[in-house]
Design a protein around this ligand. Structure first.
Ligand code: FAD
Length: 432
């Protein structure tokens, strides 16, 4: 029986004392991925970003049987400014994730230079980290596996149905809500999964949708889709060669804002430069693409960076500012960017994802043991406390950036009083 690549991620540390555990049989070739996946799990987590992986690892450490499904080959990259603030670092440290990250993959971040048109200001930042997404998300997955999570990359998944109780699909019927009928004994939510070679349905007592900005498919939009702000900017990211400029200096974040958006630049530990941007879609169209738009924004600051931006291959994202219609439904919770997101000016997205995961992990043992639909309301309140209430400043700053001339003036004023910027930065990384 063929054992696909996914089973190799189920490490020995993950095997429970049972010699016939499905994970052990899968690695030894006695059961296929289809058999391994198509079981009943306590928790199925869809999407291995910081939100999904942290909640999976914490839940497994609480004794739950957890499967983590990721559609991309692993490790995957993602458009991101790659700045993890002090609050996020604290969450990873407390969970024991940093031990899985080598010193050579991270670099301390403690300064910021802000340029908005003619306005310039410098701030001290409370210490955070610059870290590439393959390194950070890879360390999180290693930590999750070490805690007992079964991880399946290249496995796309979606919860089936409309949030109501389900039974098995009839015969070989194609998957979809119409093929399920309600039954009185409801104890799980079915999740359809698909690898490049196999597909099937697994059952989970609780499922977590941590699939980021892009949902699991059009047919699910009406249930778990998001309301996107019509004025939202789009995201973009690339990696630039380190030799193109002396900027940004190691440990310093450069934020350069112009009429059509802003670009953040940091240097990785290996010397290359991460460039991430939030841009008006109209500005991108007029400029002739992401490369030209970002190049125009940075050209007054540094010609070498501008030229590198214009030659780079940029990856775009969908509109950034959005809110989900609901934080969950029957036996289902949304988490991370999938719940909602604001433009990344204050660089907190990963920390919001981690803080949300930490809160949800507290709820999961109860949800698995005895599901009660009021748990969705409880999760909405917890999410409000740990995440949404903290995104207000980010929303305000993002709106202000729509008026670059006003911002340039404010930046010039802020440069006369650097402790003010430092105080704002400190308030962003404080743990409640
Ligand atoms: C331009 C830009 C700059 C940013 N800069 C920063 C910054 O400097 N600092 C910071 O903290 N945050 C930053 N962010 C935000 C940060 O990247 C996100 O908030 C964070 O990654 C959210 O984590 P997540 O786990 O919710 O989602 P993600 O990290 O997006 O992970 C979701 C995962 O789910 C997988 N997936 C999706 N659909 C499926 C499916 N159907 N089945 C299986 N898997 C699926 C995806 O492949 C992905 O791996 C930035 C974002 C942008 C766009």
């Amino acid at each position: 029986m063929a054992v696909g690549m996914a089973a190799k991620f189920v490490k020995e540390s993950n095997w429970k004392s049972d010699p016939d555990s499905p994970e052990k049989l899968a690695v030894s070739g006695q059961v296929s991925n289809t058999q391994l996946l198509s079981q009943t799990w306590d928790v199925a987590v869809i999407g291995a970003g910081p939100a999904g992986t942290l909640v999976a690892g914490l839940a497994a450490r609480k004794g739950l049987r957890v499967v983590l499904l990721e559609k991309e080959p692993w490790p995957r990259n993602k458009v991101c400014g790659c700045c993890l603030n002090g609050r996020g670092v604290g969450i990873l440290q407390k969970a024991g994730v940093l031990e899985h990250l080598s010193q050579s993959e991270r670099i301390a971040l403690d300064r910021m230079e802000l340029r908005v048109l003619w306005g310039r200001a410098r701030f001290d930042l409370p210490e955070g980290l610059v870290i590439s997404r393959p390194a950070m998300d890879g360390a999180l997955v290693d930590w999750a596996i070490a805690g007992g999570v079964s991880f399946f990359p290249k496995t796309k998944a979606k919860p089936l149905g409309d949030g109501k109780p389900f039974s098995e699909p009839a015969g070989n019927a194609p998957l979809g809500n119409a093929h399920y009928k309600e039954q009185p004994e409801d104890g799980f939510i079915p999740v359809a999964w698909e690898t490049p070679t196999e597909k099937g349905v697994l059952r989970a007592k609780v499922t977590v949708g941590s699939w980021g900005l892009i949902g699991p498919g059009r047919d699910q939009e009406a249930i778990w889709g998001q309301d996107v702000s019509p004025k939202s900017r789009i995201g973009a990211g690339t990696t630039l060669p380190g030799y193109v400029s002396e900027l940004p200096e190691p440990g310093k974040l450069w934020m350069i804002a112009g009429v059509g958006g802003y670009v953040g630049l940091v240097r990785f530990a290996n010397g290359t430069i991460d460039a991430a941007a939030a841009l008006d879609a109209g500005y991108v169209r007029l400029a002739g693409g992401l490369a030209e738009a970002t190049s125009r924004i940075v050209e007054k600051t540094d010609k070498g960076l501008a030229e590198a931006c214009s030659k780079a291959t940029w990856k775009g994202t969908p509109a950034l500012t959005r809110n989900s219609k609901t934080p969950g439904s029957h036996r289902f919770f949304l988490l991370g960017d999938a719940v909602g997101y604001v433009e990344p000016f204050t660089g907190e997205g990963m920390t919001w994802a981690l803080a949300g995961a930490r809160s949800l992990a507290e709820l999961l043992p109860r949800a698995v043991k005895h599901w009660d639909d009021t748990l969705v309301g409880e999760w909405a309140r917890l999410h409000q406390i740990s995440v949404s209430s903290r995104s207000g400043l980010c929303r305000t700053l993002s709106k202000l950036l729509r008026y670059p001339h006003l911002c340039a003036g404010l930046t010039a004023i802020a440069s006369l009083c650097p402790p003010m910027g430092t105080r704002i930065a400190r308030s962003l990384v404080r743990d409640p």
